[in-house]
Write a protein that binds this ligand. Structure first.
Ligand code: FUC
Length: 836
């Protein structure tokens, strides 16, 4: 089945410049470093360009005292924290809260923002005012290529665009077949991109985003070299225009006449390097420019055919790993028509299933475009992880700076990577967390009094809710969203999963475990005893919700999981016996992590009685049942504290999600609810929220129209809704977090018939499931590590298991609903279910 986003309408030249057009209709492309958005204009085309590491903020000539936003007088090497804790213990909550709000803060000076690189403009002269016909624009998820096609006056024009990871270039190929040739000009402008209709964060001053650059043109090559004013970050791009027509250099653009064929090759780069404390490569302008030019020259020498062949091979090696069918075909409707029908519930069942499949694969496409590992042969191409907008920002005042948010967003951005079989794409996240260790030790010292020195090396690092690529690890400039030391531990659970899915022992040992260990070492010292002798992280704030307390379910659940994971990691590596003992003891002495309240809910705060009320019945301040975050359920998802094997807790978790209204408002929150419902084995509610992600409805006051480009939003476009959607589809079809693989644990009745191939389960199994009437017919299991397979489904003990030669395999029926059998590396097993 084809997987395409298709359009038959295009923006006018005027509309091309609007933020609205970019956000709702732009088709995104990228290779984790360079990004682009194809808007599809005809007279004028705009390809918006990104360089992921182009940021303002951080170290700068004008901030010689830059220390990642930490304020020594505020943190006072842990004294302030100690005072706050003491006040909490004496039950002087108001005084404690006052100090939190005044001193447990970081700076906002030099935070910076992820900048849009600029735009490439193609201005066409068709030499006739003949009518345009057969316009089509599409993004083909199976090749990672965007195409724009149309006819004007007996000539067929085609433009294809993609971003090559192997060659580090953005390619646009334009051809004309028929009577007329191509006449156009190409210009690249690293312009300021503050679109008129962009209504968020307008108050940013230009000193945050302004830059200077020079453009030169020679032999069809447009070269740009410049620097960001705020932090002197150097950037460069080269755009080479190759054609069979006449190529004419202008002052700042290139014109092409009478061509049938034009190839435009662009590469962009900068002098950013994720190394503390300067975060620069040390290259001068010329070196940055030369580095970028080499990619363009190499790609020109290679030629379009070979570039495209290598791009497709690279892309498909990832994309093709997972196939999903929900028994649908590609409808004869454009994406706009389909989405409108879906949103008004007038789409046919087949159309709905098609869109649900398309969004699943769109999430995988976005992962591949926005997060790739460092190429072995080109280590300078290490990239930052995908940020709040992946790597696509179109303005220089993007909301939330398109940064790294650790109170849910960054965790969600890296949800589908493992289960949707794209494991290596998570490596930029591992590299990034590793890079927070050095600056994070400074924050740990200043705010928690936990010092790393020669006697205590790697003694703990701390980071809070938001960070930038410049080691910005201090708390935010407002306590109730900005203080969040456990967000980092949550993110580290994600990279532990890298090991759980792959069982790559070397990678665990060299890259992941040192990070986990240092995080656990930090919390060993950070935790304090409460009046009952339990260990708590204090002060705490359930992300953006409710009161300040001495420990809460969110933080305690994350810490339970951190100890659980770190003990498992150390045990499998056979190291740190003494630490293992300490970590187990600490885990056992944690307050909570989970308590059941008087409404039968998981309490979000230990002070809670009935849902949203204190034990004496007074309402909890700032309690909001529409609230986006469901932070107290991290033990259910992504954690393992609450599973079907703890039925009482599972029931309480269900009560908690049901206690929140359906009005989750933003898409990551909808996807999160779907994930939790799947873990709670409630397929219909899980589906309901998946559907809401596709509908992408936003309150009127926030929105500038509906998205039709496969993206979803959190007011503005934010990427985690789409990525968490993909992972939520996986969780409905298969779960593997509770020590066994659950088949179709939360399948909605809407998905009667279908199949999925290539999902990854913990223990490194590749799973296929074919089902009908909502029940599995056949499960295939490719064992990539030779582990014992444990599968769970109703009455699975009555099924039969064969190996790839059709030989029957003996299995152990652990229960009627659970079987186990030994597997061999590389062998594929088939489970056939009997009568339904
Ligand atoms: C969290 C959320 C906001 C937004 C921001 C980037 O703080 O509560 O809705 O997604 O991150």
């Amino acid at each position: 089945m084809e997987l395409k986003l298709t359009y038959d309408t295009y923006p006018s030249t005027e509309e091309l410049g609007l933020y609205y057009t970019w956000e709702n209709y732009g088709l995104m492309t990228g290779n984790s470093a360079i990004g682009g958005a194809v808007l599809g204009g005809v007279q004028r085309e705009r390809i918006q360009l990104n360089d992921k590491s182009l940021w303002s903020g951080g170290p700068s000539q004008k901030r010689s005292d830059y220390i990642g936003g930490n304020i020594i007088e505020y943190g006072n090497y842990g004294e302030t924290l100690g005072r706050v804790r003491e006040l909490f213990c004496q039950n002087k909550v108001d005084e404690a809260v006052e100090i939190c709000g005044r001193l447990l803060l970081g700076s906002d000076i030099g935070y910076g923002i992820n900048l849009s690189y600029g735009n490439m403009y193609l201005d066409f002269d068709y030499g006739s005012d003949a009518e345009l016909k057969n316009y089509k624009r599409e993004l083909d998820l199976q090749s990672g290529i965007i195409t724009v096609e149309y006819d004007i006056s007996k000539t067929h024009y085609t433009r294809t665009t993609y971003t090559s990871y192997p060659d580090n270039v953005l390619i646009t190929k334009i051809t004309a077949e028929g009577k007329d040739g191509l006449n156009l000009s190409v210009a690249v402008l690293p312009d300021n991109c503050v679109a008129e209709d962009y209504k968020w964060n307008r108050d940013y001053k230009s000193d945050v985003w302004s830059r200077k650059w020079k453009t030169s043109v020679k032999d069809g090559l447009i070269s740009i070299s410049g620097a960001v004013d705020d932090n002197q970050m150097r950037f460069a791009s080269h755009t080479k225009i190759i054609s069979d027509g006449k190529v004419i250099d202008g002052a700042d653009k290139v014109s092409v006449c009478d061509a049938k064929d034009i190839l435009i090759i662009t590469s962009i780069g900068d002098d950013y390097k994720n190394v503390y404390p300067n975060y620069r490569t040390g290259e001068n302008d010329e070196q940055v420019s030369k580095k970028v030019l080499k990619y363009v020259n190499d790609a020109s020498a290679k030629g379009y055919e070979a570039l495209t062949r290598d791009h497709i091979a690279d892309y498909r090696a990832l994309f093709d790993r997972v196939e999903l069918s929900l028994d649908a075909d590609m409808p004869q409707k454009t994406t706009i028509e389909l989405l409108d029908a879906y949103r008004t519930d007038s789409a046919s069942a087949k159309e709905k299933r098609y869109l649900e499949t398309l969004f699943f694969q769109m999430g995988r496409y976005l992962v591949i475009q926005s997060s790739r590992e460092t190429p072995k042969l080109d280590p300078q191409r290490q990239t930052l992880p995908a940020n709040l907008q992946g790597l696509w920002v179109a303005t220089n005042n993007t909301m939330w700076h398109a940064d790294y948010h650790l109170n849910v967003n960054q965790q969600m951005i890296y949800l589908p990577n493992y289960v949707a079989n794209l494991v290596n794409t998570a490596e930029p996240l591992v590299d990034y967390i590793d890079s927070l260790r050095e600056p994070g030790r400074v924050t740990a010292h200043i705010y928690a009094g936990i010092e790393t020195n020669s006697e205590n090396p790697e003694n703990g690092f701390m980071a809070h809710t938001q960070n930038t690529p410049f080691g910005w690890t201090c708390p935010g400039w407002c306590f109730n969203w900005g203080w969040g030391p456990t967000g980092l531990a949550w993110l580290i659970h994600n990279i532990w999963e890298y090991y759980e899915y792959t069982e790559d022992l070397q990678y665990l040992k060299n890259r992941i475990y040192p990070i986990m260990r240092e995080c656990a070492v930090f919390f060993d010292q950070y935790l304090m005893r409460d009046k009952d002798g339990y260990l708590v992280a204090s002060p705490s704030f359930s992300p953006e919700h409710g009161p300040y307390t001495n420990g809460n379910t969110y933080e305690q659940s994350i810490l339970w999981q951190l100890y659980e994971d770190t003990v498992a990691a150390a045990s499998v590596l056979g190291v740190d016996d003494e630490k293992i003992r300490l970590w187990k003891a600490n885990q056992a002495e944690l307050k909570g992590p989970v308590e059941i309240g008087d409404s039968g809910q998981i309490k979000e705060w230990y002070e809670e009685g009935e849902l949203g009320k204190y034990k004496d019945g007074t309402p909890i301040e700032r309690y909001d049942d529409d609230h986006f975050h469901i932070s107290h359920l991290v033990g259910l998802f992504p954690g393992n504290f609450i599973t079907p094997d703890t039925p009482e807790l599972l029931k309480a978790a269900l009560c908690s999600i049901n206690g929140r209204s359906d009005n989750a408002q933003v898409n990551w929150a909808r996807a999160w609810r779907s994930l939790c419902y799947s873990r709670a084995l409630d397929g219909e509610n899980a589906y309901k929220f998946l559907k809401m992600v596709i509908c992408d409805e936003m309150p009127e006051r926030w929105t500038i129209g509906k998205r039709y480009n496969g993206l979803t939003s959190c007011r503005i476009f934010q990427i985690e809704g789409s990525l968490a959607y993909t992972s939520a589809v996986c969780e409905a079809l298969m779960q593997s977090n509770a020590g066994y693989i659950s088949i179709l644990p939360a399948l909605s009745e809407k998905w009667q018939k279908g199949s999925v191939y290539g999902l990854l389960a913990r223990g490194n199994f590749e799973l296929g499931i074919a089902w009908s009437n909502c029940k599995p017919d056949k499960v295939t299991l490719l064992s990539k590590k030779g582990n014992t397979a444990i599968l769970s489904y109703k009455d699975i003990a009555l099924a039969s298991v064969t190996d790839s030669n059709g030989n029957k395999i003996d299995f152990t029926a652990i229960q009627r609903d659970k079987i186990s059998f030994e597997t061999k590396i590389g062998e594929c097993y088939t489970v056939i279910f009997g009568d339904k």
